[in-house]
Ligand binder design. Sequence first.
Ligand code: ADP
Ligand code: MG
Length: 354
Amino acid sequence: MSSITVDGISKDFSSGNKKTQVLKDLHLEIPDTSFTVLLGPSGCGKSTLLRIIAGLEKPTSGRILLDGIDITNEEPSDRGLAMVFQNYALYPHMTAYGNVEYALKIAKVDKEERHRRVMDALEMVELTDQAKKLPAMMSGGQRQRVALARAIVKKPRVFLMDEPLSNLDAKLRGQMRETITGLYKKLGCTFLYVTHDQVEAMSMGTNIVLLQGGKIMQQGSPRRIYTDPENIYTAGFIGSPPCNILQSRGFQIAIRSEDILPGKSEGVQLQADVHSVEQLGRDSIYNLQTPLGPLQMKTLCTWEEQDDTLEITLPYEKIMYFDEAGKRINPTQEMETALQTHAQELSEQRAYIA
Ligand code: ADP
Ligand code: MG
């Protein structure tokens, strides 16, 4: 049972006389037994935060608490956490068994118990038949399973994982996602998982923390993050294709590609030029140019030949409104009318030019 509190963590890195603040006064609660995902684009500070929690990096200010106890100055090995890295970080001269056993040897666990725990951990990752192999003889997926077993065997209070699937191909990534969520369910402890991949975050996490530029943009369940983004950044980061963002007069709107309807119905109606259509089997992605700007629409794939232009509708209840700074707002009646008028005026201008 273990929760982590990130209490006002900041981190500066200096190179020469230039100082960059990578983490900016972060406050965060990582709940006990959650599968929390730190999600964000490359360079936003995910690894730095994870390394600070692991004790591999010192914060410039702030504290890390584990079950309410300040561990900011504790050695990494005293924290009871286990880390899994993108590049596996296995000892190349040790077999899978040896790699998993190593930490127990150092901790002077007796031989019989060591054997039992190593075999249990290897079994959990379905690797008992590979126990005698060296890392060089194993595939990337198998190596990452060894790294997972090495974490499991320590019986950590929290599992920390930094983009563990990034070096694997798409098919293996899918399998390993299942392995890791399966482990999470079996072990019932706290997982803190770093990724830049929103699909991974949405499919694995029970709790997502979206970071950008060293700040938290939003935290919540995948459902909450998807259905109720608090700002335009979160709306635009989640979804495939990403959420459409359009500028209107004095505010911005966002609408998901899957919420746009072909044809005329209740909502903001637009005439769209079809630039291209990706027919993906189940879905088709339309790349459209509309008077309000470029839009992507996702609908069920029909394999039909497409016209050059198309009527589409942005249903009122699916449009999300944001102020100019990107903060989510409740639309007023005036804003809805303004959007409608804006769309109409632009359509008429376009018709006139054409
Ligand atoms: P992420 O894991 O989200 O891709 P990182 O935490 O690795 O991001 O890095 C965040 C920022 O901090 C990057 O701009 C990176 O260049 C910088 N950074 C990370 N580690 C160091 C370091 N040891 N020295 C200087 N800058 C660093
Ligand atoms: Mg990183």
